[in-house]
Design a protein around this ligand. Structure first.
Ligand code: F6R
Length: 611
């Protein structure tokens, strides 16, 4: 989604701004721009629709340089994606603002500012911020004081970066609902919406909190909290390998991330398993006592993370014996919810900044849940900071827009949660836990075996290259795996794909099945296998073409109208994690065959920080 970068230094900072924007490209955007204070003290702006590369070549031509500047990649919410609507937005010729988020009262503010004589040159909600700030700056004379006054009038979400030619010794930042991080250098400082943008220049970061305003000068950073008090924010040293933003030997980030799964699953397990049980303390010092009280679990998430929650529902009810509901955050947040007594509220998110999931968590806080738990991949995210308990997935930065390794590590984390809840509630037999802990230890090896099937799956992908529609089937905990398979295929290959619980086929979707409709099925050898086989017969009888990923012992035959891909054997409970891998590879190869932009599919953004 939108990205912010800012820099103040004694050297030319345009290359730093552009490199930062490129590092944020993976989030999705439609235009980019920057504003730099040049040697004559004038604030100069460049904006382009399309890729950051367009902005970069415009910058080369314009030979724009300076020691203070802000930059932005935009993903349109208010106003079409075009140069006129791209950030930075100016008021007069000496004040520039970039903004992530949405200003909800922008119409009222726009009316008022127009009445005061301001002329608008874009359709964005952001432009009201810069004119409002300009008005306050004229009134109050100091940029920092003016920003503190201006944000009081803003309703909605924002991460803001501001520069002005009137006070060229500072960048100002304000955070409410949209993350911002200050990067600390030696005699130079930086600002970004994600530390990844600044990893080239520093490894020391200060995360702004909700309501914070920061004044970033070349050699100092001052922060005020929501109440206006000066505060110190902790400085964190970042250790994650900078290599994450590099594709290495792989053609796409998505393929690299699929192949990282054995390693990151291993990392997600590290330090969380004792010899024969899960260490409940991994969820926090109060988790053991809290989990013993849990009588109900409510999971809330979006997209792929929601699918992880759907799998967990089967696990939590079966292995921990606790009722569990799962809902997409965009619905949950606007619904009047009846909270069961002693309910644990669980959010799942790769980014930890998804607007709907965060809003659901904030609502839940007032609704009387026992506690909130975040399963998240970003330790510094808003979701983690605002939850009572956290279990971090250790997937490392995920650059491909289509989520892969984040999903499988979420499933591992949710299995750890299931086993912890089961033991804390006394519902899980010790030998079952021991067996599953052993299986979890073997999981990275099993995932490696599934990845070794890549050449086979690449061939299977040829069946899809010309197709327009596909059905994905699964039963039990494989139904959400089918949903995730369908989501991956539609996201990156643009083939229409739908998932159904296989038993539901005869209640409607069977009408769609003919020889042009491949039907993908995941079939581990579990107690639902015989029923699933009958569902597959229903498809074959209508001329449907089956692609079945099945356990070698499932007794499903390759042959006329059925392509069988034999999977390594795996414990039933962990099969959703393993069976996800071939579906990821299938989508990837189909997308490559169709020539789509695999890592940045059209219309999508990596981190959906707006509603
Ligand atoms: C799909 C995908 C999205 C995200 C969803 C939630 O490949 O990536 O569906 O899963 O936007 O994002 P997080 O997990 O960051 O909350």
């Amino acid at each position: 989604m939108c990205g912010i970068v800012g820099a103040i230094a004694e050297r030319n900072i345009t290359a730093i701004l552009l490199e930062g924007l490129k590092r944020l490209e993976y989030r999705g955007y439609d235009s980019a721009g920057l504003a730099v204070l040049d040697a004559s003290g004038a604030l100069r702006r460049l904006r382009r629709s399309g890729k950051v590369a367009e902005l970069e070549s415009a910058q080369r031509e314009a030979e724009l340089g300076g020691r203070l500047g802000i930059a932005h990649t935009r993903w349109a919410t208010h106003g079409a994606p075009c140069e006129r609507n791209a950030h930075p937005h100016f008021s007069g010729d000496d004040l520039a603002v970039v903004h992530n988020g949405i200003i909800e009262n922008h119409e009222a503010l726009r009316r008022q500012l127009k009445a005061d004589g301001y002329v608008f040159s874009s359709d964005t909600d952001t432009e009201v911020i810069v004119h409002l700030l300009h008005q306050k700056l004229d009134e109050l004379g100091d940029l920092t004081v003016a920003l503190k006054a201006a944000v009081k009038a803003l309703h909605g979400a924002y991460g803001l970066a501001v520069v002005s030619a009137r006070q060229p010794d500072r960048i100002l930042a304000a955070r409410s609902g949209s993350p911002l991080v200050v990067g600390l250098g030696l005699g130079e400082n930086f600002l970004a919406s994600d530390q990844l943008a600044l990893r080239q220049v520093t490894d020391r970061f200060m995360y702004l909190e909700e309501g914070d305003i920061a004044e970033i000068r070349r050699d100092s950073v001052q922060v005020w909290n929501q109440a206006g008090d000066a505060v110190n924010r902790e400085v964190v040293q970042y250790h994650e390998g900078a290599e994450a933003a590099d594709k290495g030997e792989f053609r796409h980030f998505m393929l690299k991330e699929i192949h990282e799964q054995p390693k990151v699953v291993q990392r997600t397990l590290e330090g969380r398993l004792a010899q024969d049980h899960v260490l409940i303390e991994a969820f926090g010092p109060t988790a053991a006592e809290l989990f013993a009280r849990v009588r109900n679990v409510q999971i809330v998430a979006c997209g792929t993370s929601y699918h992880a929650g759907m799998v967990a529902r089967y696990w939590i009810e079966e292995l921990a014996g606790i009722p569990c509901q799962v809902e997409v955050a965009s619905e949950f947040r606007y619904r009047k919810v009846v909270v069961q007594p002693d309910s644990l509220f669980v959010t799942i998110s790769q980014s930890g900044e998804t607007a709907d999931t965060l809003a659901a968590l904030r609502n839940a806080k007032a609704a009387g849940y026992l506690a909130s738990l975040a399963i998240c991949n970003v330790g510094t995210s808003s979701l983690v900071r605002e939850s009572d308990l956290t279990l971090l997935t250790q997937a490392g930065p995920e650059i491909g827009v289509a989520s892969t390794k984040a999903f499988t590590t979420q499933l591992v984390a949710l299995m750890l949660l299931t086993l912890s809840l089961g033991r804390a509630r006394g519902a899980l037999a010790a030998d079952v836990e021991r067996e599953l802990v052993d299986e979890l230890r073997r999981l990275p090896t099993r995932l490696g075996e599934a990845l070794a099937m890549d050449p086979t799956i690449e061939k299977v992908a040829e069946n899809f290259a010309e197709k327009q529609h596909t059905l994905f089937l699964g039963r039990g905990e494989q139904y959400p795996v089918a949903m995730e398979g369908a989501l991956k295929l539609k996201e990156i290959s643009y083939i229409h794909a739908e998932a159904y619980p296989a038993g539901e086929l005869k209640h409607g979707p069977l009408a769609l099945v003919d020889s042009h409709m491949p039907v993908v099925t995941v079939a581990p050898n579990n107690e639902l296998l015989e029923k699933l086989k009958s569902n597959l017969q229903e498809v074959r009888a209508r001329g449907g073409e089956l692609i079945v990923f099945a356990d070698g012992s499932a007794g499903i035959e390759d042959g006329e109208g059925t392509v069988l891909v034999k999977m390594p054997h795996i414990h039933d409970a962990l099969s959703p994690i393993l069976y996800t891998v071939p579906l990821q590879l299938l989508s990837y190869h189909v997308a490559v065959l169709r020539g789509t932009d695999v890592d940045q599919p059209r219309n999508l953004a990596k981190s959906v920080t707006v509603e």
